[in-house]
Design a protein around this ligand. Structure first.
Ligand code: AP5
Length: 208
């Protein structure tokens, strides 16, 4: 199965991706995680570090290159879940070209919808365990005492609001792009508990 999770910052893409990937036996390919890993290893150019810290997108060709390379790996043979890619129409077109060149296609594009005020609270109070990558929330999913917590540099409220504005501007054309493709695009309400959202996503992609 090859699927895309689309949604604004804090929508729960990473949280749901981990659950779905475990269920479906496919890897989670998160461009955000890949970029943060490159940054942690000192391999992300300074101008891209600055873009991420400011809540802007990195150039299309950078993330397209990352996905082209990563999807060639053996573990992507049964499929993969793209978390946070594509985010723009040029990225979506590049993905189409890449997949059709390999005689492959997307099975589902799932868009997670959450009201803006909830998104700010979700992102600002998010904490991630550095060792396990597990995502927690100080209010909704408190971390255990032994967790080695990290607060993302772009999860400050002002940067979160910039990221939300970037999402609206840059991703506005993406949903209509996929919406024109019959039943490919599924819209799922991202409010309620994590389990509520998981049930909706699993139903939308018919993975019971
Ligand atoms: P990226 O890492 O992709 O960030 P994002 O899209 O802004 O999404 P987030 O990771 O903030 O949120 P999420 O939807 O995964 O939510 P989560 O599950 O963690 O990108 C970061 C940056 O990298 C971008 O700004 C850009 O610079 C660059 N970048 C990445 N991809 C790019 C691309 N394709 N093109 C160009 N640039 C790119 O949940 C959030 C919180 O809510 C957590 O605390 C969680 O515990 C909690 N939560 C989740 N679900 C629920 C629920 N149902 N109820 C209560 N709490 C919940």
């Amino acid at each position: 199965m090859r699927l895309v999770l689309v949604g604004p910052p804090g929508a729960g893409k990473g949280t749901q991706a981990k659950i779905i990937c475990k269920r479906a036996g496919i890897p989670q390919l998160s461009t955000g995680d890949m970029l943060r890993e490159a940054k942690a290893n000192g391999k992300l150019p300074a101008d891209l570090v600055a873009k991420m810290a400011a809540g802007a997108l990195v150039p299309d060709e950078v993330v397209i290159g990352l996905i082209e390379e990563r999807t060639k790996a053996e573990d992507c043979k049964p499929g993969f879940l793209l978390d946070g890619f594509p985010r723009t129409v040029p990225q979506a077109e590049a993905l189409d070209k890449m997949l059709s060149g390999r005689n492959l296609a997307l099975d589902h594009v799932v868009a997670i919808d959450v009201p803006e005020e909830l998104l700010v609270e979700r992102a600002v109070l998010r904490r991630t365990d550095k060792r396990t990558g597990q995502i927690y929330h100080l209010k909704y999913n408190p971390p255990p005492p032994e967790a080695d917590l990290e607060h993302r540099a772009d999860d400050r409220e002002d940067v979160v609001r910039t990221r939300l504005a970037t999402y609206s501007k840059m991703t506005a054309d993406l949903l209509p792009f996929y919406g024109k493709r019959g039943s490919l695009l599924k819209r799922v309400q991202g409010t309620g508990t994590v389990d509520d959202v998981t049930s909706r996503v699993l139903k939308a992609i018919e993975l019971h």
